[in-house]
Design a protein around this ligand. Structure first.
Ligand code: NAP
Length: 291
């Protein structure tokens, strides 16, 4: 890759951002398609987001990903926001078209494509169990609801947040059944999980340094799938439990890949080189894991 006077600039805003895998994924895609583009990481401290967003227009940066802690704050700084991003209440991808900034949330489509590619699963008509009620859970619930899941059970450590999320989405999607539970309510969890087709961990449980989730996976019906949004470590305690029970399972690395694929396609209007992006992610992740 040679950076020239004509090179289009893309990147990511976050804080901290130095561990982001996105530059590897997007730069490998630009090289593969021979595009005169480069993707860099910008460490934007809280309080500096407004300046950074004005900078996108001034410097003609063509597209930007947004990560923690700016995904919600950026909503008020954009010219237009896509429907899914509005429902989630967060933006992770911005395109700059002639100085007009439009925000998207590609975690929604990224999650849906991950479970379709990994398990051949579509939410349509299914009962789905979601652990967590933070930003990632909101993106997943929007994906499930807009793709006509029959029932969504939201389980969270702080019960009131699960209740609020379930109530909010009941109002938006009255035909879908939403339930909310506390992660401590093991009896209700056992009942609800026993006829669930997909369990999704959207909480930080199981991340390095966090407690693992202890769900009664043995009660799941045959053929059920487990998707863990956490991908650090590569094999989370939940994925290990699922593998021990020979259930279909995968970690969130595929969601990370497909949210990047969607962002790339929004920015360039071209079909993303998925295999190349996957290879870049896998190699970088492997190197991080052995470090
Ligand atoms: P967030 O908004 O901070 O929400 C965190 C959620 O995790 C809350 O529901 C919180 O419960 C719960 N939680 C935290 N520690 C827990 C523990 N030890 N046991 C049980 N529940 C716990 O974070 P987020 O943005 O939603 O991200 C959640 C996870 O998803 C992170 O690990 C993130 O890396 C991952 N993620 C992955 C992708 C991907 O592409 N694969 C995309 C987005 C996020 P309380 O409400 O009780 O605090």
């Amino acid at each position: 890759m040679i950076v020239k006077a004509t090179t289009r600039l893309y990147g990511i805003f976050g804080h901290p951002v130095e561990h982001s895998l996105s530059p590897y994924m997007h730069n490998s895609a630009f090289v593969k398609l021979g595009l005169d583009c480069v993707y860099v990481a910008f460490d934007i401290k809280p309080g500096k987001l407004g300046d950074a967003v004005r900078g996108l227009k001034a410097l003609n940066v063509h597209g930007i990903n947004i990560t923690i802690p700016h995904k919600e704050t950026i909503l008020n700084l954009l010219d237009e926001i896509d429907n899914d991003a509005m429902l989630v209440g967060a933006v992770n991808t911005v395109i700059n078209k002639d100085g007009r900034l439009t925000g998207y949330n590609t975690d929604v489509g990224g999650f849906l494509r991950a479970v379709k590619e990994d398990f051949g699963l579509l939410p349509d008509g299914k009962k789905i169990f979601v652990v967590g009620a933070g930003g990632a859970a909101r993106a997943v619930v929007v994906g499930l609801a807009t793709n006509r899941a029959a029932e969504v059970v939201i389980v969270n450590r702080t019960r009131s947040k699960a209740d609020a999320l379930a109530q909010e989405f009941k109002n938006h999607f009255p035909k879908i059944t939403f339930k909310s539970l506390s992660l401590r309510d093991s009896r209700a969890i056992s009942t609800e999980i026993s006829n669930t087709e997909l369990v999704i961990n959207c909480s930080s449980a199981g991340m390095k340094g966090e407690n693992p989730l202890n769900l009664p996976l043995g009660l799941l019906p045959k053929g059920a799938c487990i998707y863990d949004l956490v991908y650090e470590p590569s094999v989370t305690p939940l994925i290990k439990d699922a593998r021990d029970l020979r259930l279909n399972s995968n970690s969130g690395i595929s969601m990370l890949l497909y949210q990047g694929v969607e962002a790339f396609e929004i920015w360039t209007g071209k079909k993303a080189p998925v295999e190349e992006m996957k290879k870049a992610l896998t190699v970088k992740k492997f190197l991080d894991d052995v470090e």
